[in-house]
Design a binder for this molecule. Sequence first.
Ligand code: 8DG
Length: 143
Amino acid sequence: MTNTIIIVVAAALIDSAGRTLVQQRPPGKAHAGLWEFPGGKVEPGERPDAALARELAEELGLFVEPGALEPIGFVQAGTPERPMLLLLHACRDWQGEPAALEATALHWDRPEALAALPMPPADYPLAAALARWLAAGMPHDRR
Ligand SMILES: Nc1nc2c([nH]c(=O)n2[C@H]2C[C@H](O)[C@@H](COP(=O)(O)OP(=O)(O)OP(=O)(O)O)O2)c(=O)[nH]1
């Protein structure tokens, strides 16, 4: 029997100084202590953008319009028994002040500096895609 792929949505919140938010995974979870992009698993029947808006509310107390989420890149992760697909989105517009409601700590850093942090393996190619995407100039900047 083949295993169903778990879709995980994640967000690179980008502030006005061009920094991105990462959060530290709490003890007792997979990848505990590592720095990740906020987000989580898409629930059955849920739209990925709605899932990410829900996760940002649950984890950080933010209100985000699903339309404010821009696709950046994706990466395969997990194991053969538990395959995952991580979808990274950029977000520059949100309401509220990020609070570590589930994470151990929050950290803002320039995208090219994120790879110096201990992250889940799948996050290194995502951080690289983010840095390239920002360096290329977002559609937002070209208006
Ligand atoms: N949110 C998030 N999850 C990530 C990232 N990188 C990465 O490998 N993951 C993995 C960790 C988890 O296995 C899964 C997200 O699951 P989750 O955050 O909703 O739930 P969870 O901690 O209970 O996960 P799990 O223990 O069931 O694996 O994706 C990332 O940057 N952000």
